[in-house]
Design a protein around this ligand. Sequence first.
Ligand code: KG4
Ligand code: ZN
Length: 343
Amino acid sequence: MIILGIETSCDETSAAVVKDGKLVSNVTTAQLFHSKYGGVVPELASRAHQRRIVPAVEEALRVAGVTNRQLDAVSAVYGPGLVGAILVGLSFGKAMALGLGIPFVGVNHMEAHIFSNLIEDPKPGFPFLNLTVSGGHTQLVLVNDAFDYRILGETKDDAAGEAFDKVAKMLGIGYPGGPLIDKYAERGDPRWVNFPRPYLEEGSLEFSFSGLKTSVLYYLRRIGYQSSASRVKSINPTGYDEFLCNMCASFQAAVVDVLVHKTLLAAKRFSVKDITLAGGVAANSELRRRLMESATNVGYRVFVPKLEFCTDNGAMVAMVGYMKTKEGRTSSLELTAEPSLEL
Ligand code: KG4
Ligand code: ZN
């Protein structure tokens, strides 16, 4: 069974092919030009998807060594995300399935992130606990089985990735902020500023990062911080600015402490053996290291996807498409984009 997966929900145009449950290609182009606007510009994202979708699909088929006539189904994300961006991949996927006379499978982007842990071996066993941390979501999910989920906790305000991006903006270091903060933090002291850890009420599995973000803002105001291009530029190539590195390390440590603490709390409460990470922030080196260390120390198995499967990608979509097609869970061609789709 050969399935094509298409992802266009935000600023990555990606296509992938799964053959009998094995990933055989994954072609992703990130829209780096958004960095000059300090965030994703929805209209520009849609236009870029329009230009890139055909080359991405053709390349994914070429790398997989298959033609479109050999496909058994086409899958594409229908939410959540930016409506104009989703519509490009969704409409393209539906049209392709219609033209080829094969089934179409609509995929929930949040479900696809969880499935990024089921692409490669070794795979977690059901039930497992998944933490999805992306630009739009922070979600602890009990995965009882494929397609059987229970959301245990979510963010009440900013998503983890959003907090990374906003703090990077305050510091003036660029967009997307997550990978940059990660990089600067490598050389910084995480105890330099003791930012508050938003644990919320005792035992809560909910998250809230907006207070932490405001603490960073107040701290910067108090010390009269002015981000300047020359200061940020001084980071490379001659050496890293100590202040920025320490700020990034201190902020990142606060986020990671909370994410790891609540994940372990949920794992214990729901008696799982396996823990998985998903979403763009799962690419964070400190989060990967700390979760791996703390959870394996107390006997859990921890699974973290390869970096290319953390940020948005077609592979995770094709994997859901494959599992759904196998179970006959295909979609109507009347399926439309749902920007606020929930898991
Ligand atoms: O999953 P994703 O690609 O898109 C959404 O579905 O939102 O996640 C994007 C988010 C951005 O906020 C980005 O700053 C963050 O993931 N991110 C990171 C890292 N790499 C990407 N955050 C922290 N550390 C990283 N290394
Ligand atoms: Zn995502």
